[in-house]
Design a binder for this molecule. Sequence first.
Ligand code: HEM
Length: 500
Amino acid sequence: MTDKPTMTTTAGAPIADNQNSLSAGERGPLLMQDYQLLEKLAHQNRERIPERTVHAKGWGAYGTLTITGDISQYTKAKCLQPGAQTPMLARFSTVAGELGAADAERDVRGFALKFYTEEGNWDLVGNNTPVFFIRDPYKFPDFIHTQKRHPRTNMRSPTAMWDFWSLSPESLHQVTILMSDRGLPVGVRNVNGYGSHTFSFINAAGERFWVKFHFKTLQGHKHWTNAEGEQVVGKNRETTQEDLYNAIEGGDFPKWKMQVQVMPEEDAGKHWYNPFDLTKVWPHADYPPIDIGVFELNRNPDNYFAEIEQAAFSPSNIIPGIGFSPDKMLQARIFSYADAHRYRLGTHYEHLPVNAAKCPVHHYHKDGPMRFFPQMTGNVNAYYEPNSFGGATQDPSFAEPPLKISGDADRYNHRDGNDDYRQPGDLFRLFDVGQRARLCSNIAAAMAGVPSEIIERQLVHFDRADPAYGAGVRLALAEAHGYEPNAIPVDAATPQEAAE
Ligand code: HEM
């Protein structure tokens, strides 16, 4: 007798021997009836699910959001009222690398938050950057293809990346951030997070405001240079995992200050920038960030696969008081994530413990694989709606105010009249001499092996953001690869421009 529990089959029967398979004679072949051997092999074959098509490599933890500010005039969301405390899950990630990728890579960091509120789960699936590479979701699969492996070489392709970026001037803002110091953070405790998109706030009077969410690291920003990153990866591929896990395990809980920028609904049309364009920030001078609280990560998951790999974040998860906006990228993401989860995790992924809401849930979805939860309709005889058996019903008090829209249905050219250079130029001008030099040399390093016509096309974009930006990259290219930029200026950066 031991004080350890007895090992059992998955059906609960005790197991007498977990060391020796069942054979016909000591040296003979194995028997079909050794169903535990078959079970073990069969289960091992099913230990993997598809990795996320993007953001596959990630690190996560649980925590608490505490609201200290008062923004009740803008939103009725209960979890954002003064004094509210909400349990939450965070998953950080790199975007392009696969599940086994090294942590210390130059890449955008995903910053996905799930707040288990009393009004349902609210997911903010953001990044450590306030903007993105594209503004029309039609281009998302194309963009991601350029970040992934080349079909023939099976290697990542700088040519594909710069080809796409140079043909998509709206990417310049995000490319500038990616190639700057912030593109290679020491760990995710040292990055800011941004909801990035514009969302709606809806207050108790049914008024809508536009809002952007920011999370500022209280651990300070820390970055590696490319050379440091290479050294680090040579010794340890799991630096972010180690840093986050050890900090939380040791009681050094990372914290982020939560801020919002709020825009009155009617302001949306009055700026030179479209506030629903994900490649633009709202200048702080126009809409100063308001401090509203802090979140802290204070508990490591017990099982990474169950709680982090199976975590399903979706921008479609909103709650009363928080709504969407016309941002085209957000609109597509509202569809894409739940679709990805049904494929990656299964039909009823929202009933997995890590994804399950912590408030009462009542819906009429019925059967399907892994239907393991009780009927959620509020009455066993109510499996359709409307019904006469006391099943859950809609509540019109949660309706959002109508959203004003105008115009003809068409495929509008999102580049028409759009200034893609002003904000990247402003960002470049904010950098000090050292930051500019590292930005330019990181770009030059990332352009190794890229055909000169693509480099020339991209140089035009840098020039247009700021002539010193273009000049800095030319110098860095000359130093890094002896590259001699074409003396003939290129006027048209994209085929579209050339055609105009
Ligand atoms: C993950 C689609 C843009 C942040 C994913 C996944 C998909 C996806 C399919 C994998 C989901 C899964 O399997 O669990 C898209 C599409 C986009 C888009 C279609 C644009 C049209 C963005 C933007 C951001 C973002 C703009 C940030 C502002 C993330 C993050 C994850 C993710 C953080 C990982 C979530 C996690 O930790 O599980 N995206 N994405 N994505 N995306 Fe996007």
